[in-house]
Design a binder for this molecule. Structure first.
Ligand code: DPM
Length: 325
């Protein structure tokens, strides 16, 4: 590890310290960020510091029961706040919508396909979610995926699955599940896009807030780092994700709530669809707002208020109460 540069030293003399989780996907993402920055700033040095987070360690408990406050981010944030690292690379969907005092979302990178995907066991190659037999077992630990798929495919049954992507695929291949649902983007980043059997369209599964994009977190107002990160920022993705995050923040949803979204850009407008569903898939509250992309966050807040008026809050309160009991 290199020593901390004093604030007056220009970036041209320093080594920038990036902090990352250790999982294969996290490292692929962090290496991509490092390589891009190195290409833009050949005079700088970049070190990667890896850490385990609570979310990596606690694998035997359902995600939704652990709570969601910075499960995959807190340990990384602590190093930035101590001054031991300069920025953290996250899957944006794992980054809470409220960040600790002193830290900010410094940049959002270009989004890959944000859709969910079905991966099947070899014996089900000729099946789809619609044609899998009654009682076929689908692995997911996402309440969002669970609620939406129960709604559309009541003939299927669902089983928790944890662990990193490789672990999940192994559990599938060993026969524990007929299929599992994963983010298309994660599979593609790991060069396992060929395992995607079916992409779930937004009519079936609205994706998680921020899915498919990377979020880079840094110290608030760290001008040198923000200037570096600006070369990785993607305007259209940023507008879409800020709308999605404002929607989730307004609903006070964490990372483990049955809340899904979809965004598109049309001319100067942003179109945001959002959904809150009950865990049994019986109640689905869904609506769409459209307005100027420049007011992305206000659109997110507006949509949250619509859904709340239509009964979303009652569903979220039930889930919060159940997870505490
Ligand atoms: C969050 C969820 C999941 C991850 C919940 C959700 C999926 C958990 C599960 C917030 N984080 O999506 O409703 O399926 O049991 C995660 C993945 C990626 C980032 C893996 C995945 C890769 C995709 C990306 C886990 N975090 O969703 O299959 O970078 O957006």
């Amino acid at each position: 590890m290199h020593s901390t540069a004093s604030p007056t030293v220009s970036t041209s003399q320093r080594t920038v310290r990036i902090v990352s989780r250790k999982s294969q996907l996290a490292l692929i993402q962090t290496h991509w960020v490092r390589d891009e920055l190195q290409r833009h700033f050949p005079e700088l040095g970049f070190d990667i510091v890896t850490m385990e987070t609570q979310g990596d360690k606690v694998l035997d408990v359902s995600l939704s029961k652990i709570g969601d406050k910075g499960l995959f981010t807190q340990e990384l944030e602590d190093t930035m706040l101590r001054g031991d690292s300069d920025f953290a690379v996250h899957s944006l969907k794992d980054l809470p919508t409220r960040l600790p005092e002193g830290l900010m979302l410094g940049c959002i990178t270009e989004r890959k396909d944000p859709a969910d995907a079905l991966v099947v066991h070899a014996k089900n190659k000729d099946k789809t979610l619609a044609t899998l037999p009654e009682g076929a077992v689908i692995g997911t630990s996402s309440l969002r995926r669970l609620a939406q798929l129960r709604h559309h495919y009541p003939h299927l049954s669902f089983k928790d699955i944890r662990g990193n992507l490789n672990t999940r695929l192994r559990k599938l291949d060993e026969g524990g599940y007929d299929g599992i649902i994963l983010a298309a983007a994660g599979l593609q980043r790991m060069a396992m896009g060929d395992r995607i059997h079916e992409i779930l369209p937004p009519e079936i599964s609205l994706h998680a807030v921020g899915q498919g994009a990377l979020g880079i977190e840094c110290r608030t107002g760290d001008a040198e780092i923000l200037q570096l990160l600006s070369v990785l920022s993607h305007g259209p993705t940023t507008a879409r994700c800020l709308a999605e995050r404002a929607f989730l923040r307004e609903l006070e949803g964490g990372c483990q709530v049955p809340i899904g979204v979809n965004t598109t850009l049309e001319g100067d407008d942003l179109i945001l669809t959002g959904l809150v569903a009950s865990l049994d898939g019986q109640r689905v509250i869904k609506n769409t707002v459209q307005g100027p992309t420049a007011e992305a966050e206000a659109l997110g807040v507006e949509l949250a208020q619509h859904l709340r008026g239509e009964g979303a809050q009652a569903i979220l309160d039930e889930i919060t109460a159940a997870s505490r009991s």
